[in-house]
Design a protein around this ligand. Structure first.
Ligand SMILES: *Cc1c(COP(=O)(O)O)cnc(C)c1O
Length: 797
């Protein structure tokens, strides 16, 4: 393969050539940004060659392709990914060194592509990489948001949101496809012509395609991530401009562009809701048209579409794909309605990501009728067809004037999957109990995974080197080979090397903290890490309550031999989620008091790192000792952060929730600090009146911590700042923070005792690495391929 024959000198020449002829800059004047772009283009050249080879192989074989529709792709930086997967680290490193540049500095100059909120979008990104590694012909389809997830900072402890303008710099990884564009319409009316429904949308925008190649391990295969950008049908209005109406002239363009302007606009307002539904239809409709165009170009009979296209809906955001595909087949291509429904179902499958009914999307029928009048009619027809299929056992797709997108996705999919064993079981019993009874073979489980190339090989080079020295390199695309480390776990030499890698990672992180955040921490302390979106069900407030209780205990008895600990938090709160923002404020307030306490701060520090994103996760996870996965049991569908930590040798302190259950089964109960109620116990406990008050009375540590917060110990200038938080916890406490507190406290003490004995600790950590190989997204994708898609890998020449 060509990438291998590339020398460092070739690489250097290529960088210099791009610097001169692409950027018009000579080396004497180049900034870090210029060098980074020049390197990206040099690497991209290699990548494009592999991409073409994969595309040629696909065109020749005309195989069934996978289409992954996702509103979010949280891809992060791409340069290092490409370098690692093309195995160009040495060449790139040497070339940059020759040019007097620091490899890491160049890599870190790249902005994070944050086209997602959290786990769901990151899963889509891991899947894209695994599909390419496996050689499964696939397209990812989504939206090219101009502004991704907001940039977070803190002002007086409060979250501040600013737009993230990742596209303000030249983006080396995408290619605009001017020849691929779809016209997408909204609104208007439905008329009948020759017995057929004809929808004439009133408003139109253009969906313009931007392609990013996604390269797999060793460059063996590459797929395309196609993101749609909304553009106006007509440019700006010259007549109005000439009349001096400058703002009005630009208005149609601005309106069209709003559709791909921002990720998840605030949907607490009516207008926000309308925009969100438009975004969903926009990218789904553009993608389906693209899929049909490709299918028709290959000359297949429409009824064979399910043999050529596996369309996966990542959550309900693209659920309108059901009615839209029926419309494309029935209204526009004349297929009988029943056949159109069956054909669409043969192609579609749906991944559910939540059990919380309030998180399953519903749209008002009024809004849907106004924006998508034909789809509203088809939803009724699909509902009737479903009722006819299942007489007497009607599950409706509409309720109380709302359209239920979860039910539509389920009804229009041939397979529906949960994302961990527990979640899939609960799905059958709760949200989709009725539909599961009607279609007992439809629900399957595909436990999530993460790509080992990004989350171990490139994020943690020290540990990766040790693993490769011990068991060879095969683990990188066959992660279950990590079980071969098992034999080394009892070897003191191996454990020493394992401990050394972790220690050096922690030192690096401490240095970065000092340089970037101006905070000093002791690298010998226990790094206790909770990084994820801020949400009540994820219970960052349980963690901070335990922190306050621990602080009070240390203060009362400073000489009791405490294990030094640094509690590290990071995560963003949705701009409209008031309670989550109060939790952030509280953690920052607690940090300020604790870090300034001369008695306790040698043993306990609290950090809230701003702007959690993929790059911060890559930096922090290899340095973590303890992984906080403490959601209320039954609420976290799977989690993927939990898997990244386990792989990198940070044991979990956690509940029996989501994939934690499967992680514990694999790494062993001894190497997992379990606490808390099970999903069933949670339901029973919630039925106990006054459960929070009882828990508080039973544990003075909890009572003391709550009292300190409510009396303003952390907000002296505004003593009642946390009245709402305390009232929530002492009142309804829906997420059972108080009821799980004591068990959590005890589990923390067990973790501490284990940490105090390095031999015990490193053994447990190494068991996590050695036994977490199953959590590769390669394994997950193979599961989808056999259980859901019916696709096989191809090889490029
Ligand atoms: C992995 C990841 C997540 C998901 O974390 P969970 O702990 O599973 O919620 C969210 N955001 C980023 C940036 C990630 O890398």
């Amino acid at each position: 393969m060509e990438a291998y024959s590339l020398t460092a000198a070739d690489m250097r020449d290529s960088i210099l050539r791009h610097l001169a002829y692409e950027l018009g800059t000579d080396p004497g004047h180049a900034t870090l940004h210029d060098w980074r772009i020049a390197l990206s283009l040099a690497v991209r050249d290699r990548l494009v060659d592999r991409w073409f080879a994969a595309n040629r192989a696909t065109r020749a074989a005309q195989p069934k392709r996978v289409y992954y529709l996702s509103m979010e792709f949280l891809i992060g930086r791409l340069l290092e990914d490409a370098i690692v997967n093309l195995r160009l680290e040495e060449q790139a490193g040497t070339a940059l060194a020759d040019l007097g540049l620091d490899f890491d500095a160049v890599i870190q100059n790249e902005p994070d592509a944050a086209l997602g909120n959290g786990g769901l979008g990151r899963l889509a990104a891991c899947f894209m990489e695994s599909l390419a590694t496996i050689g499964c012909p696939a397209f990812g389809y989504g939206i090219r948001y101009e502004n991704g997830l907001f940039r977070q900072s803190f002002q007086d402890g409060r979250q501040i949101e600013e737009p993230e303008d990742w596209l303000s710099q030249f983006h080396a990884w995408e290619f605009e496809r001017r020849d691929v564009a779809q016209e997408i319409r909204f609104g208007g009316e439905v008329t009948q012509k020759d017995g057929r429904a004809v929808w004439t949308g009133a408003e139109a925008v253009i969906a313009a395609a931007f392609d990013t190649p996604i390269i797999g391990w060793k460059g063996r295969w590459a797929n395309t991530l196609r993101l749609w950008s909304a553009q106006p049908l007509h440019g700006f209005d010259l007549a109005r401009f000439n009349r001096g109406e400058y703002a009005a002239a630009a208005e149609p363009e601005a309106l069209a562009r709003t559709i791909s302007r921002v990720l998840y606009p605030d949907d607490t307002t009516g207008q926000g809701k309308e925009l969100r539904l438009k975004q969903e239809y926009f990218f789904t409709a553009a993608s389906l048209r693209d899929i049909l165009r490709r299918f028709e170009a290959e000359g297949g009979a429409l009824a064979d579409l399910p043999k050529k296209a596996a369309i996966q809906l990542n959550d309900t955001h693209p659920a309108i794909a059901g009615p839209e595909l029926v419309r494309l087949l029935h209204d526009e291509r004349g297929m009988a309605l029943d056949e159109a429904i069956a054909t669409a179902r043969g192609c579609l499958s749906y991944t559910n990501h939540t059990l919380m009914p309030e998180a399953l999307e519903r749209w008002s029928e009024d809004l849907m009728s106004q924006l998508l009048p034909r789809h509203m009619q088809l939803i009724e027809r699909i509902d009737e067809a479903h009722a006819a299929e299942m007489p007497g056992r009607r599950v409706t797709l509409r309720e109380n004037g709302e359209v239920k997108m979860g039910e539509i996705a389920f009804t229009m999919a041939h397979k529906v999957n949960g994302v961990s064993a527990l979640h899939t079981d609960l799905m059958k019993e709760t949200v989709f109990a009725d539909l599961h009874r009607l279609h007992p073979d439809r629900i399957v489980n595909e436990t999530n995974g993460v790509t080992p190339r990004r989350w171990l090989l490139s994020a943690n080079p020290r540990l990766s080197r040790l693993i490769t020295e011990t068991i060879g390199e095969g683990w990188v695309d066959d992660l279950e080979q990590l079980d071969r480390l098992e034999a080394s776990i009892s070897d003191p030499g191996f454990l020493d090397a394992y401990a050394k890698a972790k220690r050096e990672n922690k030192q690096d992180f401490a240095e970065w903290l000092a340089a970037e955040q101006g905070v000093r921490v002791d690298p010998e302390a226990l790094f206790d890490v909770q990084i994820k979106r801020i949400h009540e069900y994820k219970r960052q407030h349980l963690n901070i309550l335990e922190t306050v209780a621990l602080w009070r205990e240390i203060k009362a008895n400073p000489g009791a031999g405490w294990v030094p600990r640094v509690k590290i938090f990071a995560g963003k709160a949705a701009p409209g989620y008031v309670f989550a923002k109060e939790i952030i404020h509280l953690i920052n307030d607690v940090a300020e008091v604790l870090n300034a306490d001369p008695v306790t701060s040698p043993y306990l520090k609290v950090l809230f790192l701003p702007n959690y994103n993929v790059s911060l996760a890559e930096r922090l996870i290899p340095a973590a000792d303890l992984s906080e996965q403490i959601s209320t049991a039954g609420k976290e569908a799977s989690g993927t952060g939990n898997m990244k930590f386990a792989l990198n040798g940070a044991p979990t302190i956690g509940t029996l929730d989501g994939a934690n259950v499967e992680i514990r089964d694999r790494v062993g109960a001894r190497n997992f600090f379990l606490f808390g109620m099970t999903a069933q116990e949670v339901e029973a406990r919630r039925a106990v009146p006054d459960h929070a008050r009882q828990a508080i009375q039973a544990d003075p540590r909890l009572g003391g911590a709550l009292k300190a917060i409510s009396q303003g110990a952390f907000s002296p200038s505004d003593k009642h700042r946390y009245r709402g938080v305390v009232a929530n916890l002492t009142g309804q406490d829906y997420f059972l923070v108080c009821s799980d507190f004591t068990a959590y406290w005890d589990a923390q003490r067990r973790a501490e005792a284990a940490f105090a004995d390095p031999a015990v600790w490193h053994r447990g950590a190494a068991c996590n690495t050695a036994r977490a190989g199953w959590f590769s997204s390669d394994r997950t994708i193979r599961g989808y391929m056999t259980d859901i898609w019916g696709t096989v890998p191809l090889a490029a020449e």
